[in-house]
Design a protein around this ligand. Structure first.
Ligand SMILES: *[C@@H]1O[C@H](CO)[C@@H](O)[C@H](O)[C@H]1NC(C)=O
Ligand SMILES: *[C@@H]1O[C@H](CO)[C@@H](O)[C@H](O)[C@H]1NC(C)=O
Ligand SMILES: *[C@@H]1O[C@H](CO)[C@@H](O)[C@H](O)[C@H]1NC(C)=O
Ligand SMILES: *[C@@H]1O[C@H](CO)[C@@H](O)[C@H](O)[C@H]1NC(C)=O
Ligand SMILES: *[C@@H]1O[C@H](CO)[C@@H](O)[C@H](O)[C@H]1NC(C)=O
Ligand SMILES: *[C@@H]1O[C@H](CO)[C@@H](O)[C@H](O)[C@H]1NC(C)=O
Ligand SMILES: *[C@@H]1O[C@H](CO)[C@@H](O)[C@H](O)[C@H]1NC(C)=O
Ligand SMILES: [Cu+2]
Length: 583
């Protein structure tokens, strides 16, 4: 066991302006041990010597300061505040090699942002593949003017997630590997609620609770229901909704819902609630897997905790039907369309990767934000951001449309940093690519959120206004698919980013790059003289030669590998860290 180090100090200092406080958290990030499903003790990433990690709580309007010290010893880290718009502070958004350099072991780094939006969010590491090792927790923004306040008595927070017994470095090495040419994702070992199982939630008769639910998992969506208690959805991903009844919710990785639940008047009985992982996502389901996590609404400690019902007793709720409480109209005039055709395929290293428009994301040598800040007027030229970042440069105040075509038989929850988007179209499974001439009318007041699920071999259309200068990732929130490159980079109003941030990137952010020996100027290849010369940029493994099908070549490579080298060597290869090819 690692010793307890500094404790958590949320320090609230009322500023001279009424209602605006600075809320400061000191996070010392280190390995600790935990056994949340009772099946295996393993190293997990904790904060201040503890795991589960704390919930961040602020009030709308507050300044949030998080001082991070990386005490992991053997890994870098960073923190992303999922769903916060970071208006004016895109350098505080967290993704490494995008908005900052990774925080090296032993180093410290301060995040500082104004939180001017209410609702349910979360924070997590944005270093490749790291957060499922435990660095993930709720972030709650209380709203003194919550429009639903009169409808509930108390508030509760419940996180849902999948859980692995092995560490992410080991799992990633075998996932992106010639021995896994189909790209089958590691199947979780358990499901958790609040990072545990069999949680009892004390409720009092007659009271109404607002339950804030967050999926902090790596991969699995969960079906969630509270038996014999109807949920009234009042918020999704920080956007208030018209109260809408739901029997069972589909909570995809990174999504949030706030629901109202009114307790029964009698204490005669306790009721199960369940998170059930969507097994459609898993290629093979081990016989030993329990995909469910059960908890109970406890009215009376002395009464039984009944066994849960099964999934098929409940009707799934379709979030597309939600109406935002502010009734923001459909953006019906589009200035800029981004089409993203996504697929999974193999490259010539035999491993499986994910692609938007045939490009798999590879970290640039210079963090994309620092390319923006160091290239003057050339920052509006998308070419300088390299060949492997799926970059799109937006001008200020455009209505931007993302058309996402999912050419893959999997479900994927897509997340945009820096914005919530209107979800104006989402087709059914197996409907193919988007066809604007054969589409139902768009809703007049579309649902807005920051993470949305696209169905298998189907499409969806999202719209937002480019009113937030910054470098924002758009990516699948299945952490396996982030690692295999399912990422696009939105560079929004680059000249406005320069006006906001040139000369004011904090010292500790620059120090993080210096310690990591990461260049902070020039194009994606670090060239400061000729911004169109990308020689030496990081690049993906090569494409497979023509005349072979991808799977055919991989099968060939794999079987030769087995014949010539033997499984031991394949295993050894699998353990080696995945590196981007350079040059
Ligand atoms: C780092 O340390 C942790 C905890 O001991 C361990 O689980 C992990 O495998 C180590 N190595 C790497 C590369 O993360
Ligand atoms: C955080 O940012 C605010 C606004 O820019 C600034 O006034 C404050 O000094 C900063 N705090 C820290 C700890 O960096
Ligand atoms: C669930 O965990 C969060 C912290 O992560 C805590 O604030 C909350 O009270 C817990 N909920 C219940 C019902 O125990
Ligand atoms: C509980 O009792 C109140 C007051 O009598 C009533 O209005 C309410 O409908 C009852 N609730 C339920 C769930 O039966
Ligand atoms: C998990 O839930 C599913 C769906 O309700 C059910 O079919 C299955 O029997 C449950 N499995 C276990 C191990 O409880
Ligand atoms: C960001 O701030 C600008 C200037 O205050 C404002 O016009 C814009 O609406 C804000 N954008 C978001 C996404 O909050
Ligand atoms: C930036 O763009 C201008 C005009 O296109 C060009 O003349 C200049 O060489 C570019 N700067 C660099 C460093 O490449
Ligand atoms: Cu995905």
């Amino acid at each position: 066991m690692l010793p307890l180090s500094t404790f958590l100090f949320p320090v609230s200092l009322l500023s001279t302006l009424a209602f605006c406080a600075t809320v400061t958290y000191d996070f010392d990030v280190s390995w600790v041990y935990a056994n949340p499903d009772g099946l295996q003790t393993r190293p997990v990433i904790g904060i201040n010597g503890q795991w589960p990690v704390p919930t961040i709580r602020v009030t709308k309007g507050d300044q949030l300061v998080v001082n991070v010290k990386n005490s992991l010893g053997n890994q870098t880290t960073s923190i992303h505040f999922h769903g916060l718009y970071q208006n004016g502070t895109t350098h505080m958004d967290g993704p490494t090699q995008v908005s900052q350099c990774a925080i090296q072991p032993g180093e410290s780094f301060t995040y500082n942002t104004t939180v001017d939006q209410p609702g349910t969010y979360w924070y997590h590491s944005h270093v490749r593949g790291q957060y499922p090792d435990g660095l993930r927790g709720p972030l709650i923004v209380t709203d003194p003017e919550d429009p639903h306040k009169s409808l509930y008595d108390e508030e509760l927070v419940l996180s849902f997630s999948d859980w692995y017994h092995d560490s992410m470095t080991d799992l990633l090495a075998s996932f992106i590997n010639i021995a896994n040419p189909s790209g089958a994702e590691p199947v979780p070992d358990s499901a958790l609620v609040n990072e545990t199982q069999n949680l009892g939630v004390k409720v009092q008769p007659g009271k109404t609770y607002m339950i804030r639910m967050v999926n902090v998992g790596a991969f699995a969506a969960q079906y969630v229901w509270f038996e014999d208690h109807t949920m009234r959805v009042v918020e999704v991903d920080g956007i208030y909704t018209e109260p809408t009844d739901a029997d069972m919710i589909y909570l995809a990785a990174a999504q949030r819902y706030s629901v109202l639940i009114t307790a029964k008047n009698s204490t005669e009985q306790n009721f199960a609630f369940v998170g059930s992982m969507d097994q459609d996502l898993f290629d093979t389901v081990p016989a030993t897997l329990n995909p469910n996590v059960t908890g109970w609404l406890v009215y009376d400690d002395n009464k039984d905790k009944p066994a849960p019902k099964t999934l098929d007793s409940f009707e799934p709720f379709d979030d597309f039907s939600l109406v935002p409480q502010d009734k923001e109209d459909l953006y019906d005039h589009v200035d800029h369309t981004i089409q993203l055709d996504m697929k999974m395929d193999n490259l010539d290293d035999g491993a499986n990767y994910a692609f938007f428009n045939d490009v798999t994301w590879i970290a640039p040598k210079v963090p994309t934000l620092y390319t923006v800040l160091s290239t003057g007027a050339n920052a509006t030229n998308p070419l300088i951001y390299g060949s492997n970042t799926n970059q799109f440069v937006l001008q200020a105040n455009e209505v931007v449309e993302i058309i996402l075509n999912n050419d893959d038989p999997g479900k994927h929850p897509f997340h945009l940093h820096g914005h919530a988007f209107q979800v104006i179209h989402r087709s059914d499974e197996d409907s193919g690519f988007y066809n604007p001439t054969n589409t139902p009318p768009f809703p007049r007041t579309p649902m807005r959120r920051d993470t949305v699920l696209v169905h298998p071999n189907a499409n969806m259309v999202l719209r937002f206004r480019s009113d937030n200068p910054g470098v924002w990732l758009f990516h699948c929130h299945i952490e396996w698919h982030v690692a295999s490159g399912l990422i696009a980079t939105i560079i929004e109003s680059p000249l406005d980013i320069q006006r906001q941030l040139v000369g004011s990137i904090p010292r500790d952010h620059l120090d993080a790059c210096r310690t990591a020996r990461v260049p902070i100027a020039g194009n994606a290849a670090g060239n400061t003289r000729d911004l169109l010369d990308l020689t030496g940029e990081n690049s993906a493994p090569g494409y497979l030669p023509g005349g072979f099908t991808a799977r055919g070549v991989v099968a060939l490579v794999f079987s030769c590998g087995v014949a010539v080298l033997g499984m031991g060597v394949i295993g050894g290869y699998g353990m080696a860290p995945i590196k981007a090819k350079t040059g």
